[in-house]
Design a protein around this ligand. Structure first.
Ligand code: PEP
Ligand code: MN
Length: 337
């Protein structure tokens, strides 16, 4: 860290800063200019105490961080792309992964028919929430364990891998019995105790970006999982809340490019939550592929107008087939076909 000391501070004031830096375990390296002094504090900022508290001293003008706050998630620490193996399916590296299925698991017939349809169109994962984080407590909350049973059955019948959301620490073990990838939703993106519990399961984890989460915070949330011994983290951009009202969320494709640059972790895009409109999903998929995403997670329902959640943003089977066809030129352009 760099501590900038105010111009015309006395020798005693400068000595006080140097001594505080030492007390916090860093090696101080003062640089004396004509009117101003800066103190470089040498040491790992991620494992030593934060020096920002020194701003409380009147002679300190500012404290600047030099290192990134996330280490394990950074490309600096791990230059090659991480490739995750989810029950034999690779996510990241040069491959492209398609995840598709309804917002919620609603019935055996709904999930099995959707699994068959998305498989026929080329998906390798079936998505579907058995536990649903709904804004209102009066809305459909998911089928819970019954929904998980239907997902297991869909896997058995189609061979599709399963991704489903974990809402609570209480549910990690039984969701992990069925899921090949645990989904952490936007509303839980910074629920650190849940992240730690999911990390312990050893399962790959798809970490959605919170709806008002900065990229740095998102990568720090990933860092929690990595720091708890689970290297299998997939980042998922799903749109952030902005002033725009044409869309439910604003899909932040720049964040995809930033995450790919800053981190070695695979990045998946969710265009369905990303815009909240079925008519825009295809366009956003092409954009996501062009931006370098390692995969997509798309909401698909046999009959969106009867869906128990997010009907407005789900495409039907035909729509999904068109979507898969429409991204082929983009996949080819980025050498992922
Ligand atoms: C979902 O995938 O249906 C969902 C609830 O997503 P998010 O957490 O991104 O809102
Ligand atoms: Mn949804």
């Amino acid at each position: 860290m760099i501590i900038v000391i105010r111009a015309h501070s006395s020798k005693e004031q400068i000595a006080e800063v140097i001594s505080e830096v030492e007390k916090l375990g860093y090696t101080p390296a003062p640089i004396h200019g004509a009117t101003q002094t800066v103190v470089a504090a040498i040491g790992d900022e991620r494992t030593h105490r934060d020096l920002e508290s020194l701003s409380a001293l009147p002679q300190v003008e500012s404290v600047l961080r030099v290192q990134k706050r996330f280490k394990l998630a950074s490309r600096e620490s791990h230059p090659a792309d991480t490739v995750i193996d989810a029950d034999g399916i690779q996510i990241g590296g040069g491959s492209f992964c398609m995840m598709a299925g309804p917002c919620s698991v609603e019935s055996e017939e709904q999930i099995i028919s959707t699994a068959e349809a998305v498989k026929a169109s080329g998906a390798s994962f079936l998505r579907g929430g058995a536990y649903k984080p709904r804004t209102s407590p009066y809305e459909f909350q998911g089928l819970g364990k019954v929904g998980l049973r239907f997902l297991a059955q869909a896997k058995q019948q189609t061979g599709l891998r399963i991704i489903t959301e974990v809402l609570s620490e209480r549910d990690v073990d039984h969701v992990a019995e069925v899921a090949d990838v645990l989904q952490i939703g936007a509303r839980n993106s910074q629920n650190y105790q849940l992240l730690i519990e999911c990390a312990k399961s050893g399962k790959p984890i798809l970490l959605k970006r919170g709806m008002s989460e900065r990229v740095e915070e998102w990568l720090l949330a990933a860092e929690y999982i990595l720091a708890h011994g689970n290297p299998n983290v997939i980042l998922c951009e799903r749109g952030i809340r902005t002033f725009e009202t044409y869309t439910r969320n604003t899909l932040d494709l720049a964040a995809v490019a930033i995450a790919k640059q800053e981190s070695h972790l695979p990045v998946i895009v969710d265009p369905s939550q990303g815009c909240g409109r079925a008519d825009l999903v295809i366009a956003l998929c092409g954009g996501a592929v062009a931006m370098g995403a390692d995969g997509l997670i798309v909401e698909v329902h046999p009959n969106p107008k009867e869906a128990m959640s997010d009907g407005q943003q789900q495409v039907d089977f035909n729509g999904f087939q068109k979507l898969v066809a429409s991204i082929q030129p983009f996949l080819k352009a980025v050498n992922k076909a």
